[in-house]
Design a protein around this ligand. Sequence first.
Ligand code: CU
Length: 143
Amino acid sequence: MIRTFTTGLALAALMGSGALAETIEVQMLNKGSDGARMVFEPAFVQAAPGDTIKFVAADKGHNAEVGKGMLPGGAEAFKGKINEEIEVTLTEEGVYGVICKPHFAMGMVMTIAVGDADVPEDFFAGRVPPKAKERFQEQLGNL
Ligand SMILES: [Cu+2]
């Protein structure tokens, strides 16, 4: 599949991905389709190694970054700026917890499982606000 990429990150993604790798879009929203406020949609993504996740700034004031320690060993953390649409290619299998920094306390988080992933024991080792933890646990229920 041929796609047009515009950012340097995406170019790196293209070079690092296999021929069948997919790009999966995740919207950053003030209000989800179920009415919930401050959400990533979808809130849970099952990806294959080499797939790219594109965070779309559908609404303003959000960012996407890996929560502290919420990534597989050997994987590289990513951190978008506010309103920045980033594309990240995930090659390491495992669970990635993604947060929106300004709305972390309001539970704006999502989970990406790459490949055959189990929840790491230390996933909640860092500081995770109650609402965020609640949503993470719901998302991790998909595994
Ligand atoms: Cu946000």
